[in-house]
Design a binder for this molecule. Structure first.
Ligand code: NAD
Ligand code: TYD
Length: 339
């Protein structure tokens, strides 16, 4: 079987490629990635040694390049990770998010129709449901929670989800969607909360917590997300949405304090900065459907996952120091200097 993975040079996509090699070594994996600031071939260093793997640098909105690749590879399954993924960047440049996240999805689905793929899987997010109030811990997102987005990022992901469902109903495209909560683990780009805090704490730099730090996210170790996607794309029901999350809610402040404790650094590094506009309060997933239908359960608890993640950043300093030494400096300066 040939699996086409888009965005495989990013955080979750690269973890997913390694998951596939480990659990389905007989399959061929083809990765298409534009290598934006978030895409990094260093993430695929080991994969590139595997002769069941092919990497193609291309933009998923480039119809000609996408069709050429489908013609050459005739993929059985397409898994779409490729996206602009950072909420803060979507506040700066919404247009880029609409192009990649919506039109890119359309391009991939048109090619999937033309070449008769057996499954088109869309990697989506719990952010399409908007947020939950902090004073209602009894509420969770289910697959039938209405779409109610807050940021250009989440609106673009929700639009793509609607398009996926429309292609299923109108054209009979065999699709599935997973909507996962916040991931963490190896290869996480250091603009996101956990790797940003790890890398800055290691340099004894201030840790910028937005607002009062009481916003809640539902954290899942990336490998558990990969296992869920693998299960849904192979065994999930066609046309269905599956929420993915491990009932692992933490305030941002709790997360940052966990990082500091793991690294033996003082809480005095924490600095409260101006809040993100439109900042979602709480995300919390109800994963009953994927558990009951497909038997999925997370296997890595938060303490273990955080220990593994911090250890990975300690063991792979060159990986993130190379990132921090480049364009990232301008990004950090631009986003945080007047906060
Ligand atoms: P990421 O930003 O680390 O990686 C995105 C990858 O897509 C990069 O390799 C980038 O080069 C590539 N890409 C971007 N635009 C492209 C284009 N036009 N053509 C081809 N490739 C392009 O993102 P991530 O955190 O790995 O997220 C992957 C997917 O999972 C996204 O669709 C995201 O919405 C979704 N998701 C992420 C999380 C999370 O916590 N990170 C949670 C739920 C869902
Ligand atoms: P992030 O990693 O950007 O993921 P998302 O916005 O998709 O949930 O942010 C996670 C939480 O951490 C979010 O509530 C915003 C907060 N945050 C900070 O407090 N400081 C930071 O520097 C960043 C990047 C995020």
């Amino acid at each position: 079987m040939t699996i086409l993975v888009t965005g495989g040079a990013g955080f979750i996509g690269s973890n997913f490629i390694y998951y596939e090699f480990e659990h389905h070594p007989e399959d061929r994996v083809v990765c298409i990635d534009k290598l934006t600031y978030a895409g990094n071939l260093a993430n695929l260093e080991e994969a590139l040694k595997n002769d069941h793997f092919r990497f193609v640098r291309a933009d998923i909105t480039d119809r000609e390049a996408v069709e050429r690749l489908f013609e050459e590879e005739k993929p059985d399954i397409v898994v779409n990770f490729a996206a602009e993924s950072h909420v803060d960047r979507s506040v700066e440049d919404p247009g880029l998010f609409l192009r990649t996240n919506i039109l890119g999805t359309q391009t991939l689905m048109d090619a999937s129709r033309k070449y008769g793929v057996k499954r088109y899987h869309q990697v989506s997010t719990d952010e399409v449901y908007g947020d939950l109030p902090l004073d209602r811990p009894d509420l969770f997102f289910t697959e039938t929670t209405p779409i109610h987005t807050s940021s250009p990022y989440s609106a673009s992901k929700a639009s793509a989800d609607l398009l996926v469902l429309a292609y299923a109903r109108t054209f009979g495209l065999p699709v599935s969607i997973t909507r996962c909560s916040n991931n963490y683990g190896p290869y996480h780009f250091p603009e996101k909360l956990i790797p940003l805090m790890i890398t800055r704490a290691l340099a004894d730099e201030s840790l910028p917590v937005y607002g009062n730090g009481e916003n809640v996210r539902d954290w899942l170790y990336v490998e558990d997300h990969c296992a869920a996607i693998d299960l849904v794309m192979r065994k999930g029901r066609e046309g269905e949405i599956y929420n993915v999350g491990g009932h692992n809610e933490r305030t941002n402040l709790q997360v940052v304090k966990t990082v500091l404790k793991e690294l033996g650094k003082p809480e005095s590094l924490i600095t409260f900065v101006r809040d993100r506009p439109g900042h979602d309060q709480r995300y919390a997933i109800d994963p009953t459907k994927i558990h009951e239908e497909l038997g999925w359960l997370p296997t890595t608890d938060f303490d273990t996952g955080m220990r593994k993640t911090v250890a990975w950043y300690l063991d792979n300093r060159k990986w993130w120091q190379d990132i921090l030494a480049g364009e990232y400096q301008n990004y950090y300066q631009h986003m945080y200097s007047n906060r």
